[in-house]
Write a protein that binds this ligand. Structure first.
Ligand SMILES: Nc1nc2c(ncn2[C@@H]2O[C@H](COP(=O)(O)OP(=O)(O)OP(=O)(O)O)[C@@H](O)[C@H]2O)c(=O)[nH]1
Ligand SMILES: [Mg+2]
Length: 230
């Protein structure tokens, strides 16, 4: 019987991550910064949704993030819940310079709960932190809200890179932690192993703590189909 950390290493695990939020908050810019490490001042609004992927090495485990970037425009709103299906994580993005987008973020949370898996990991990100002089939402407000729903939180700037990789690393760590927990419970159920200690064997799997990880650029895709997992 291998220990829980060993069983999660050695192959690439896939994680479906969906970004939602109001129009213009910087969902596409966040994904572009994460996957391609670039930023555009002038970027087209997303039509429907788009998909990109990237592999990160987290706690010696390769995770391929399959990232679905949804459209913030009102006419696509009814489509977004389709993307929540089999999502491992959802990032709700707001723009720290627009109060309305923070209000919308709370509505997105209510919307995703009935449409996503029970164990979905949620992150709240306040994007455009480089525009501090135009700020309408204080960091503490975002933090408090995220805490109240048990979500990961950070402010980000797709423009200057701040906080972007951190969010994906923390999602990956939270997901790995859940995988390990459920593996231990399964082992326990089957009677295959006597688990007296459910402590994680990895050092940095807390959702609130990003440790050292290294990057690996992954491939990109373009499919518009939200169906399926991964
Ligand atoms: N200053 C600043 N501008 C940003 C940042 N992120 C995105 N923007 C700008 O905000 C605008 C909208 O960005 P998008 O990434 O297209 O926003 P979106 O959420 O994908 O919008 P939709 O696809 O229409 O829902 C663009 O002009 C970006 O350059 C950021 O961190 N800082
Ligand atoms: Mg977009």
């Amino acid at each position: 019987m291998m220990d829980s950390s060993t069983t999660l290493s050695g192959k690439t695990h896939e994680m479906k991550v969906v970004l939602v939020g109001s129009v213009g908050v910087g969902k596409t810019s966040t994904v572009m910064r994460f996957v391609k490490d670039n930023f555009q001042e002038y970027i087209e609004t997303t039509i429907g949704a788009s998909y990109l992927s990237k592999v990160l090495n987290i706690n010696d485990t390769q995770i391929k993030f399959n990232v679905w970037d949804t459209a913030g425009q009102e006419q696509y709103k009814s489509l977004v819940p389709l993307y929540f299906r089999k999502a491992n994580a959802v990032i709700i993005v707001y723009d720290i310079t627009r109060q309305k987008t923070f209000d919308d973020a709370k509505n997105w949370y209510k919307e995703l709960i009935p449409h996503s898996p029970e164990d979905v990991i949620i992150a709240i990100t306040g994007n455009k932190s480089d525009l501090d002089n135009l700020r309408e939402i204080e960091r503490i407000q975002g933090e408090k809200y995220a805490n109240s729903i048990g979500a990961i939180f950070n402010e980000t700037s797709a423009k200057n890179s701040s906080g972007i990789t951190d969010i994906f690393q923390r999602l990956g760590k939270a997901w790995l932690s859940k995988q390990q927990q459920s593996r231990i419970i399964k082992d326990d159920d089957s009677g295959a192993v006597n688990v007296g200690n459910t402590t994680n064997t990895n050092n940095n799997t807390n959702t609130g703590n990003a440790g050292n990880t290294s990057n690996n650029n992954g491939g990109t895709g373009g499919s518009k189909c939200p169906c399926g997992g991964g």
